[in-house]
Design a protein around this ligand. Structure first.
Ligand SMILES: C[S@@+](CC[C@H](N)C(=O)[O-])C[C@H]1O[C@@H](n2cnc3c(N)ncnc32)[C@H](O)[C@@H]1O
Length: 231
């Protein structure tokens, strides 16, 4: 039955007690896992159609890609990349006729653990970066599977731009904000929000089930903590 999805159930009632320690460890150690060839090829493929000048948008974990298409329509002068590890989701039929599909976007199948690092290592900067409804991994023992507690997370803010994470689990978004704040050295806010026009199928399902949606949005390129030096 549609619109009966539930909020993740967890014994965890607040930010995980080991989160800060985990983030600090990842920030201070090098993540050296070798890149897999298929991720390198996907990275190249995702930039093959880019003119090298258009601002970039990354839809990380785009699922069936509806958000990627909507973003490409909303930002026609940007190059929009939808990345997901699931070929099955990426290849599902889109709710647009082929003739109306935006030309300023591409879908690639890749593991974000490699893809994010390849982007950062190439010195690529994003204009906008979306992590929409990532798998919540709500069990206490699954902290390390949440993106913000994964060793790859320090690479995410290095990509710059406007970063947005959305979830129907408030604790995920609060942890995301805490972890990001630790990495960038300033407070990161999070909030509940309304989604009158849902960007993704998960967002639509949660909204139609009457759930509260949460998001964390941060402008990574602004540096409000820099002291003004009048000289
Ligand atoms: C809950 S779904 C959300 C999909 C979409 N953003 C939405 O809101 O409809 C999470 C997505 O993240 C993708 N994902 C999980 N781990 C990934 C990884 N390591 N690399 C790439 N995609 C991943 C999954 O395949 C899945 O499509």
């Amino acid at each position: 039955m549609y619109a009966n999805s539930s909020i993740p159930e967890s014994a965890q009632q607040g930010v995980h007690e080991h989160l800060a320690q985990r983030v600090a460890k990842h920030a201070s150690s090098e993540f050296r896992k070798p890149y897999l060839d298929y991720n390198k090829a996907a990275f190249e493929a995702s930039l093959a159609g880019w003119d090298g000048k258009a601002p970039l948008i990354l839809d990380a974990g785009c699922g069936v890609g509806h958000s990627t298409i909507q973003l490409a329509r909303e930002f026609p002068d940007h190059w929009v990349i939808g990345v997901d590890q699931s070929e099955d989701r990426l290849s599902r039929k889109k709710p647009y006729p082929d003739a109306l599909m935006p030309k300023n976007m591409v879908f690639v199948r890749a593991d974000l653990v490699d893809y994010w690092r390849l982007m950062a290592d190439a010195g690529i900067k994003l204009a906008r970066h979306y992590i929409l409804y990532p798998n919540p991994w709500p069990k206490v023992g699954h902290l390390a599977r949440r993106w913000h507690a994964h060793p790859v997370f320090p690479f995410v803010p290095r990509l710059g731009g406007r970063l947005e994470c959305r979830s129907n689990w408030n604790i995920y978004v609060e942890e995301f904000a805490v972890a990001l704040g630790l990495l960038i050295g300033r407070e990161v806010k999070w909030e509940s929000f309304e989604a009158p026009s849902p960007l993704t199928p998960f967002e639509r399902k949660y909204r139609d089930s009457g759930q509260t949606l949460y998001r964390c949005v941060v402008e990574l390129d602004s540096q409000p903590n820099l002291e003004h030096n009048p000289s």
